[in-house]
Ligand binder design. Structure first.
Ligand SMILES: [Zn+2]
Length: 733
C-alpha cells in the first residue's frame, strides 16, 4: 500500500486551504482542544489558526457527519461496519482521514442540516457539529507519533471542495443512525423486543454473558467487554436463543455499579454509557430469524443413535421403557452400579496417566416428583449382584465417615497381643476391619449432601473427591475401634444421587473444590418412552465384572486403550501440559478421565477387556449429554439469580429514593438551624461549642453537628479546634 503524500506544504497552508473551502479550524494540543467555547450545540463557529507545535482539527458544520471507525487492538469497528453495510447497504466511496491503517479512520458524508445521529455503535463513533471534532492532516498523533493523512478516493481531496463536494449519506443509513426524539435509547421497542428474548438463558446465552468477565480478566476495558457482550447477546436473541432479556438485565446490574465509581458523572453516566451501547447493539440487531435454539433442551437425553449402536444399549433402553423408567437413568445407574461391583483391582489404562479406578458418580436431575433414582431397582433386575460377592447394594450416603464404614465389619481374630486362654489356646478378640470391597450408594435427594459440602469441617466433599480416583479414604484415629481407613485402590465404589434443579445448582457451586467435576449428569425425564407397553427383555448377559465373573482370585484386570487412542490421549494431555490448549470451562477439567471410565465400563458391559474406539466415541456422546444436563442447571441457576438480583436492585433503588426525599425535606430545616446558630455567634462574637449546642431545642439538637458544618461551609462561622469555640466567619448569615 502506498502511503498517500501529504496535501499541504505547512500548517499555515493547510489552515488557509481548509478555511477557504469553508471549514471551521480549531487548534488542538495533541488531541485536546486548545480554544474555549467551540464545542457543543451553541459553540462559536470561527476558525482559529493553530500556533507552532499545535495540531489542526476540523469542527464539522451542521449537515456533515464523520463516521469514525476504530478497528485496531480489540476494537470491533470493522465488524460493526460490515454489519451496518449488510443491513443498510454499502457506504459510498469518500476520502478517509486518520493515522492508522484502513478500515480505521474517519469517513465524511453530507446529511440534512437538521439531522442528528446517535453518538456511537460498537467500535464506531459519530462525529457531528455538537459532538467531538476531528484531528486532521498535517497533525501528528500524540501517542503513536504517526502522521494524520487523508487518503483520497480520486485525484483531489473532496474536503477541499467544501461540504458540497462530499457524497450524501444514503437514506437507509440516515434512518439507521438517527437519534430518537426523546433522547432515550430504543430499548424495548417492538423491533428490539424480539432480540431481547424471554425465558431462561440457554447455553450459548450463558456463555456470552460469562465472556464479559473473561474479557475483563484478559485485560479489556469494562466498556469494551460490555459492548462486545451486549452485541453478541442481541445477536443470539435475534437468532432465537432464549433468555437474552434476562442476560442483558444481569449484565446491566453488573456493569453499571462496577464502573460508576470510575466515571465523573457517577452512576448516571455509567447508566447513560450502558443505554447508548445497548441502543447501538439493538440498531444493529438482525431481524429475528427464529432459527431456534438447540443449545440445551434437545440434547439432555442420550440420542437414538446411541441406543441403536449396540445390542446391550438397546436392551437397557427396552428394559427401562417397559417399566416406564427413563432409559438414561437406568443406563447411568447400570454403569455406576457396575463400577461398584467390579473387582476392586480393575483399572483403565489410557497410556498417559496412572491406570485409573472405574469408580463412577452420577447426579440425576429432575423435578421433585420424578422418582429420580427409582431406576435403580430396575437395574437390579437387569444385572443381579453375583451370589458369591459381598456387595452392599443401594446404601444411603450420609457422611464421609459413613462411606468408609460401609466397607467395615466385625471379625473374630486371635489376640494380636498373644494372650491365651486357660487351656493354652490363643485368645480370640473381636476386631473392626475392612471386610468387603464393593459398595454402591444411592440417594434419592442429594440436598442434605450438598448442604454438607457448604459447611466446613465435614468430610463428605473430600471423601467423594478421593473416592472418585480410588485414593485413600478415612483417617486413622487414636483408638483402633474408631479407625476407618480404606487403603488406596482397595475398594470399588459407585454412587447415584438424585437432585432437583435448585439442589443440583448447589452441587455445581462446589466447583472450586472440584466436586461437581467428578459427576456425570443425567436427566430424570425421558421423552422417548413409547406410548404402548413393550415387554421386558430379561437379564443382561455377556458382561464382565472382573477377569472372569467367578470372583476367584485371578489377579488384577487392566483395560487397555488401543495404541492409536493412546497416542491421541497423549497429544491432548500434552497440549494442556504445554499450555497450547486450555480447558475453557473449569467444569470440564476431568473430561478425559471421566470418558476413560465410561469407555472402560462400556467395554465390560459388552464383555470385553480391550477398550475400542467405538467405546471411546460412545463415551463422548455420554459426556456431551451430561454437559447439556449440567449446563441446563447452570442456566436455570443463572435465571434464578437474575430474578433475585433484580428484586434486590429494585429494593435498593427504592431505599435511595426515600433517602433522597428525606434529604430534600431536611435541607430547609438544616439551613434555618445553621443560620440561627451563626447569627448567635455573630451577635456574641464568641461561642463555646457546648453552650452553642444548648441554645438549640432538644428536637433540633441532633442537627447541631451538620448545621455547624453547613455554617462553616458558608463562611458564616469559624471553629477554633483548641479553644473549642466558634467565632464569626467572613460572611454574615
Ligand atoms: Zn441457545
Amino acid at each position: 500500500m502506498s502511503i498517500p503524500r501529504t496535501q499541504f506544504i505547512s500548517v499555515e497552508d493547510a489552515y488557509s486551504k481548509y478555511t477557504e473551502a469553508g471549514w471551521q479550524i480549531v487548534p488542538v494540543n495533541g488531541k485536546t482542544l486548545a480554544v474555549k467555547g467551540a464545542t457543543g450545540r451553541d459553540g462559536h463557529t470561527e476558525s482559529v489558526p493553530p500556533k507552532k507545535g499545535q495540531n489542526v482539527a476540523l469542527r464539522l458544520p451542521r449537515g456533515v457527519i464523520g463516521i469514525d471507525v476504530d478497528a485496531y487492538g480489540d476494537k470491533p469497528g470493522a465488524e460493526t461496519l460490515k454489519d451496518c453495510e449488510r443491513k443498510w447497504g454499502k457506504l459510498p466511496a469518500t476520502d478517509r482521514s486518520g493515522s492508522r491503517e484502513a478500515p480505521s479512520g474517519i469517513y465524511l458524508y453530507r446529511v440534512p442540516d437538521d439531522f442528528e445521529a446517535i453518538t456511537a455503535l460498537p467500535g464506531i463513533e459519530l462525529i457531528q457539529h455538537h459532538h467531538r471534532y476531528m484531528v486532521v492532516e498535517p497533525s501528528t498523533h500524540p501517542v503513536t507519533g504517526k502522521a494524520y493523512r487523508w487518503e483520497p478516493v480520486g485525484d483531489s481531496l473532496m474536503v477541499l471542495g467544501g461540504v458540497e463536494a462530499l457524497p450524501k449519506l444514503p437514506d437507509s443509513w440516515l434512518e439507521g443512525l438517527r437519534a430518537t426524539n426523546t433522547g432515550k435509547p430504543l430499548k424495548r421497542t417492538e423491533s428490539a423486543s424480539d432480540s431481547l428474548s424471554e425465558g431462561n438463558p440457554c447455553g450459548s446465552v450463558t456463555h456470552a454473558l460469562e465472556a464479559y468477565e473473561k474479557r475483563v480478566q484478559d485485560g479489556s476495558s469494562r466498556h469494551d467487554a460490555m459492548v462486545a457482550a451486549q452485541y453478541r447477546l442481541i445477536q443470539l436473541g435475534s437468532e432465537g436463543h432464549p433468555g437474552v432479556g434476562a442476560a442483558i438485565d444481569t449484565l446491566e446490574s453488573v456493569f453499571v455499579p462496577e464502573v460508576s465509581a470510575d466515571r465523573k458523572g457517577g452512576s448516571r453516566e455509567a447508566q447513560r454509557e450502558w443505554d447508548t451501547a445497548l441502543d447501538g447493539a439493538l440498531r444493529l440487531a438482525d431481524d429475528p430469524e427464529a432459527l431456534g435454539c438447540d443449545c440445551d433442551g434437545a440434547q439432555t437425553n442420550l440420542p437414538d443413535s446411541f441406543w441403536e449402536s449396540r445390542e446391550s444399549l438397546r436392551h437397557i433402553r427396552q428394559a427401562a421403557h417397559s417399566r416406564t423408567s427413563s432409559a438414561d437413568v437406568v443406563f447411568y445407574a447400570t454403569l455406576a452400579r457396575m463400577s461398584a461391583m467390579v473387582d476392586y483391582r480393575t483399572r483403565v489404562d489410557t497410556g498417559v496417566k496412572e491406570p485409573a479406578s472405574l469408580n463412577l458418580f452420577v447426579a440425576v436431575v429432575g423435578s421433585s416428583g420424578a422418582g429420580k433414582t427409582s431406576g435403580v431397582s430396575g437395574v437390579r433386575k437387569l444385572m443381579p449382584a453375583p451370589a458369591d460377592l459381598d456387595f452392599r447394594d443401594g446404601l444411603p450416603m450420609g457422611s464421609g465417615e459413613g462411606i468408609a464404614e460401609a466397607y467395615y465389619g466385625t471379625v473374630w481374630e486371635e489376640d494380636p497381643s498373644g494372650g491365651t486362654k486357660k487351656d493354652g489356646t490363643p485368645k480370640v478378640v473381636s476386631v473392626r476391619k475392612q471386610v468387603r470391597w464393593n459398595c454402591f450408594f444411592s440417594l434419592d435427594e442429594g440436598e442434605n449432601l450438598t448442604k454438607q459440602l457448604e459447611r466446613s469441617g465435614t468430610t463428605i466433599g473430600p471423601t467423594l473427591r478421593s473416592a472418585w480416583v480410588g485414593d485413600l479414604l478415612g483417617q486413622a484415629n487414636a483408638r483402633q475401634e474408631t479407625t476407618r481407613v480404606l487403603p488406596r485402590g482397595e475398594y470399588a465404589l459407585g454412587a447415584l444421587i438424585g437432585y432437583q434443579q435448585e439442589t443440583a445448582a448447589a452441587l455445581l457451586d462446589d466447583s472450586a473444590a472440584g466436586t461437581p467435576q467428578r459427576f456425570l449428569f443425567c436427566s430424570a425425564t425421558d421423552p422417548s418412552i413409547p406410548d404402548k407397553r413393550i415387554p421386558h427383555p430379561g437379564e443382561l448377559s455377556g458382561y464382565l465384572l472382573g477377569p472372569d465373573n467367578s470372583f476367584v482370585d485371578t489377579g488384577p484386570l487392566t483395560l487397555e486403550f488401543p495404541e492409536d487412542l493412546k497416542d491421541e490421549m497423549f497429544r491432548e494431555m500434552r497440549s494442556y501440559a504445554t499450555g497450547e490448549a486450555v480447558i475453557e470451562n473449569p467444569l470440564d477439567s476431568h473430561r478425559s478421565l471421566m470418558r476413560a471410565k465410561v469407555a472402560a465400563l462400556l467395554a465390560l458391559l459388552d464383555g470385553r477387556v480391550e477398550v475400542t474406539r467405538e467405546d471411546w466415541d460412545l463415551s463422548g456422546v455420554v459426556w456431551e449429554t451430561s454437559c447439556a444436563v449440567r449446563d441446563s442447571v447452570v442456566s436455570y441457576n443463572l435465571a434464578e439469580k437474575t430474578k433475585r438480583e433484580e428484586a434486590a436492585t429494585r429494593k435498593r433503588v427504592e431505599t435511595e429514593r426515600r433517602l433522597e426525599v428525606a434529604r430534600t425535606q431536611a435541607r430547609p430545616k438544616l439551613e434555618k438551624t445553621a443560620k440561627a446558630l451563626a447569627k448567635k455567634v455573630h451577635d456574641k462574637g464568641r461561642f463555646p461549642v457546648g453552650e452553642l449546642r444548648k441554645t438549640l431545642r432538644s428536637d433540633t439538637r441532633e442537627l447541631f453537628a451538620e448545621a455547624t458544618d453547613y455554617a462553616d461551609e458558608q463562611g458564616w462561622v469559624v471553629f477554633d479546634e483548641n479553644e473549642r469555640v466558634f467565632y464569626p466567619g467572613e460572611s454574615k448569615p
